[in-house]
Design a protein around this ligand. Structure first.
Ligand code: P6P
Length: 336
């Protein structure tokens, strides 16, 4: 019988003790990130009452206007993680360079990357947003940490997850042994295991893409979406539904819960950019979660987790979700 009320702490201790999957330092890291997400959830949930809404009047490295909550979330993650002795450095969508753990704190063996508040264009309209994080091991054999230490493909991640701030606050996590979901019990103040061994159906009737960009897409994407729109009478022989929340965390969470395919492909608006989404702290963690749940994640031509990064904030085209749909879109790109 499924045991009730298993806290995140107990789940991680058991994964550490029983499966040896999570060394103590990694367990500490994940618990600290979860605590930081609880604090971010408190700020997000305050809304207008907490004077946390609206623009901060600054821009981030991406040239995007920062929301006050973007900065609050970033600072919360930095402050929560810098003193624990489990990290060597951090990197964030909101910071140009890497953040070295200050000398006054002990150095750990992990590298933490995050998008502190993904989907922040939804903050002011009360639509779900989230924190995405990815964990790598610092390469051994040399002292100190540089940006080069972060240049590891997504298949080297040792943990990845997100926390979605929606009707529920839910932490979704993988350490390479499937995907587990933990819902925040506000009365206890702790994340409680609510789903494990999450599986994405291999087929779907639901796609997520920003249709307003249709005229800018490459031909394989136009072909795939056009076939979906033709419905029963078309080559797919079934009707499709569409969703687009403009919050990757929300769209991916829906796919983990009921299947679907999410696409943010390269388009002609900025042809020199491979895509809009960032490889290191959006596509890699989400791609691993999706694969761990039986789905697939490619950039249209190759597995996202096999892409060798060259820059901390590099972007990538993203097609992820139900395995058979991702394989179909990818086959259209290779002309097969
Ligand atoms: P668009 C949010 O800004 C984000 O990075 C993802 O969370 C989301 O999927 C995408 O951009 C939305 O982009 O162009 O539809 O606003």
């Amino acid at each position: 019988m499924k045991q009730k009320n298993i806290s995140l702490t107990r789940y991680l201790v058991e994964q550490q003790r029983v499966d040896g999957l999570i060394p103590g330092q990694l367990r500490l890291l994940l618990e600290v990130v979860a605590r930081a997400c609880k604090r971010i959830a408190l700020a997000v949930n305050k809304g207008e009452l907490g004077e946390v809404m609206g623009s901060a009047g600054t821009e981030n490295i991406q040239g995007e206007v920062q929301k006050k909550l973007d900065i609050i979330a970033n600072e919360t993650l930095i402050e929560a993680n810098e003193w624990g002795g489990h990290l060597a450095a951090m990197a964030s969508e909101e910071m140009e360079g890497i953040y070295l753990v200050p000398n006054r704190y002990p150095l750990g063996e992990y590298l933490l990357m995050f998008d502190p508040l993904d989907g922040s264009s939804n903050i002011d309209v009360n639509v779900s947003i989230g924190t995405i994080f990815s964990v790598l091991k610092k390469p051994e054999g040399h002292p100190g940490v540089t940006e080069d230490d972060f240049m590891q493909p997504g298949n080297q991640q040792v943990a990845a997850g997100y926390c979605i701030y929606g009707p529920q606050t839910t932490l979704v996590l993988t350490v390479g042994d499937g995907v587990a979901m933990f819902t925040l019990d506000r009365e206890q103040g702790s994340f409680v295991l609510t789903r494990e061994n999450v599986r994405i159906p291999e087929d779907t009737k639901e796609f997520a893409i920003n249709m307003s960009n249709m005229r800018h897409w490459d031909e394989p994407v136009k072909r795939y979406i056009d076939e979906c729109l033709q419905g029963k009478e078309g080559p797919r022989g079934k009707d499709f539904n569409m969703r687009w929340i403009a919050s990757m965390v929300s769209d991916v969470h829906r796919i983990l819960c009921r299947g679907g395919v999410f696409m943010y492909p390269w388009d002609k608006r900025e042809p020199n950019k491979p895509g809009k989404l960032r490889l290191m702290y959006e596509a890699n963690p989400m791609g691993w979660l999706v694969e761990q749940a039986g789905g697939a994640a490619t950039n249209g031509r190759q597995r996202i987790l096999d892409i060798q990064p060259t820059q901390l904030h590099e972007r990538v085209s993203v097609i992820l979700g139900s395995k058979n749909e991702v394989e179909r879109v990818t086959s259209y790109h290779s002309g097969t």
